[in-house]
Design a protein around this ligand. Structure first.
Ligand code: SF4
Length: 171
């Protein structure tokens, strides 16, 4: 049976885009390691400029707390992220565990059934900094995917899908 470790990077990726987590988990789409490294640097530089802690980083920290909780039988109520400006930021994690658990449940199901298909492409604001942006954009264009439209959200796409509209051309 194929086994695959669920890492903080994968959990964080899922909080941004389930498809991204799927690709991280199975490494099914080729990514240019140099381009990926520069994307990460760009992202870090952006966080550095704003000195902010990204929501997805809090989820990654929550996952670390979740794993610790399994080892020591109680989850930490808080964790600390050291921001780019060197300041330590203490964060309450209690409200994040439910989301982390839901993500871990999906990821475990994926690891148990490697035949699962990747979640559909839904282009979003995180795509520009995602290592899978090129194949996803190509697929979205091939599908004439509704998420090619600006301001399209998964919720609105769902509404269109319920009406039988799946492509931009059908609008
Ligand atoms: S490019 Fe966009 S849709 Fe594709 S995996 Fe990355 S974030 Fe998700």
């Amino acid at each position: 049976m194929t086994t695959c470790a669920i890492t903080a990077e994968i959990v964080e990726g899922y909080s941004l885009c389930p498809r991204k987590a799927f690709f991280f988990l199975w490494d099914r789409v080729e990514k240019d390691p140099h381009e990926y490294a520069s994307l990460i640097e760009e992202q870090e530089a952006e966080n550095c400029k704003t000195h902010r802690v990204a929501r997805s980083q809090v989820i990654a920290l929550g996952y670390a707390g979740h794993v610790l909780g399994q080892l020591q039988h109680h989850v930490p109520i808080a964790g600390t992220i050291v921001r780019a400006d060197g300041r330590a930021c203490r964060l309450n994690l209690t409200k994040k565990y439910q989301q982390v658990k839901s993500i871990v449940t999906v990821l475990k199901a994926w690891t148990e059934d490697p035949s699962e298909e990747a979640p559909p492409v839904i282009l979003n604001k995180d795509c520009p900094s995602c290592p899978f942006r090129d194949p996803c954009c190509r697929q979205a264009e091939t599908e004439d995917n509704l998420s090619l439209l600006e301001r399209m959200s998964p919720r609105i796409m769902k509404k269109y899908h319920a009406k039988g509209i799946f492509t931009v051309n059908q609008l």
